[in-house]
Design a protein around this ligand. Structure first.
Ligand code: SF4
Ligand code: SF4
Length: 365
């Protein structure tokens, strides 16, 4: 049977305030039935609080409403959690204990030293373990409250990325990023002519002082230009290696969720201010598509699938892409922008057994 997801559409059917997204929000949360999820439990709300001059993370209005509903549902305690650096600067974007109505907590302590190490079983390439933030490991219920946006390295960020990259220490984030790839470099063949660096249309290639290549896969679009132009054939394409990062994120997500009874976890994806890059870039760019709404449910695979399905290329707002970006020929909007299939992470999540891709949408009026 398909997973049922709740959907509050952003666009109101008329201009009555009761039909606006802000008014639908508490009704969606009531239908989500939080009581069996959080009652009597120490409840973490994991959301990303952004950074720098970025201001299109989830508005405190929605976070405050969620906190109130978690309390009303009988949680023993509730807190909003994010990385140490995001929490330290959260007030700059309007997130404080006063505006949210609950404490703001660093997932891994003020210095990123409070964590629980969990193995990845079986290990995946260099990913053998992850360090789960101590506050997440100690929580008894979890609300995965995610802002949806594009992402250069994996196509998009939603519920899975909010957990896998957001509930771990900086060291584990680095270990996950190390899985990124897509180009192989032969040091013996390389003459260090820098032709590849000069001709990469995305500025993704650098050489360090030791003469070793460094490719920033966030910006690399696997155009193959560098491999074709290299006079020494020192660069070759490794088909689909970017998928390793997505698989790593799926495995980290599975490992984080293994600490909770599935009955005590809900997922909420906020499809507003959908921008090209992740919120940790520390800036805001134009919305790619009109605001869509809010999805909620108990199945992480289904909610990620529905999220991507609702973001359509034909809704791309003219002028919303940065000057250097051009749409690729085929695939999801995020694949056409970043050249990485965003559905891959869903495929890997489904393989872990965390949920199913089939879903139905129940619209909240
Ligand atoms: S173009 Fe080829 S030979 Fe020249 S620096 Fe790049 S990898 Fe090395
Ligand atoms: S594949 Fe294209 S985008 Fe990636 S490093 Fe090479 S030239 Fe740059």
């Amino acid at each position: 049977m398909a997973a049922e997801l709740l959907f509050a559409r952003y666009a109101p059917k008329n201009l009555e305030p009761k039909n606006s997204i802000g008014a639908k929000w508490p009704r969606l949360l009531d239908r989500l039935n939080l009581r069996p999820v959080v009652e009597g439990r120490r409840t973490a709300i994991k959301m990303h609080l952004g950074g720098g001059s970025g201001f299109t993370t989830i508005h405190p209005f929605f976070a405050r409403g969620l906190v109130a509903k978690v309390r009303e549902a009988g949680a023993k305690s509730v807190f909003v959690a994010d990385s140490p650096s995001a929490v330290a600067h959260a007030a700059e974007r309007g997130y404080t204990a006063e505006t949210l109505g609950c404490p703001l907590v660093s997932i891994s302590g003020a210095t990123d030293g409070y964590f629980q190490t969990r193995p990845i079983v079986p290990p995946f390439k260099t990913l053998t373990e992850i360090q789960v933030g101590g506050e997440i490991a100690a929580a008894e219920a979890l609300v995965d409250f995610s802002h949806v946006k594009g992402h250069g390295a994996c196509g998009f960020g939603g519920a899975s990325k909010n957990l896998s990259m957001g509930c771990v220490t900086q060291r584990t984030r680095g270990a996950l990023h190390q899985l990124e790839g897509g180009l192989a470099w032969d040091r013996e063949k390389c003459s260090h002519c820098k032709v590849c660096q000069e001709n990469c249309p995305n500025g993704a290639i650098r050489f360090n002082e030791q003469g070793e290549i460094s490719i920033f896969y966030h910006d690399c679009k696997f155009c193959g230009h560098c491999a074709l132009i290299c006079p020494e054939q020192a660069l070759t394409m490794e088909g689909g290696r970017y998928r390793d990062f997505q698989r790593g994120m799926a495995l980290a997500t599975q490992t984080i969720l293994s600490g909770f009874d599935p009955a005590n976890v809900v997922f909420i994806n906020v499809l507003t201010s959908i921008t090209i890059l992740c919120d940790c870039w520390g800036m805001t760019t134009p919305n790619l598509v009109p605001d869509i709404g809010i999805l909620a449910g108990r199945d992480i695979v289904a909610i990620e699938q529905a999220t991507l399905d609702l973001i359509r290329t034909e809704d791309l707002i003219p002028g919303s892409l940065p000057p250097a970006y051009a749409l690729g020929a085929a695939g999801h909007l995020f694949e056409r922008i970043h050249r990485k299939d965003p559905y891959a992470v869903i495929e890997f999540l489904a393989e872990t057994g965390l949920g199913q891709r089939a879903y139905t949408l129940a619209e909240v009026d």
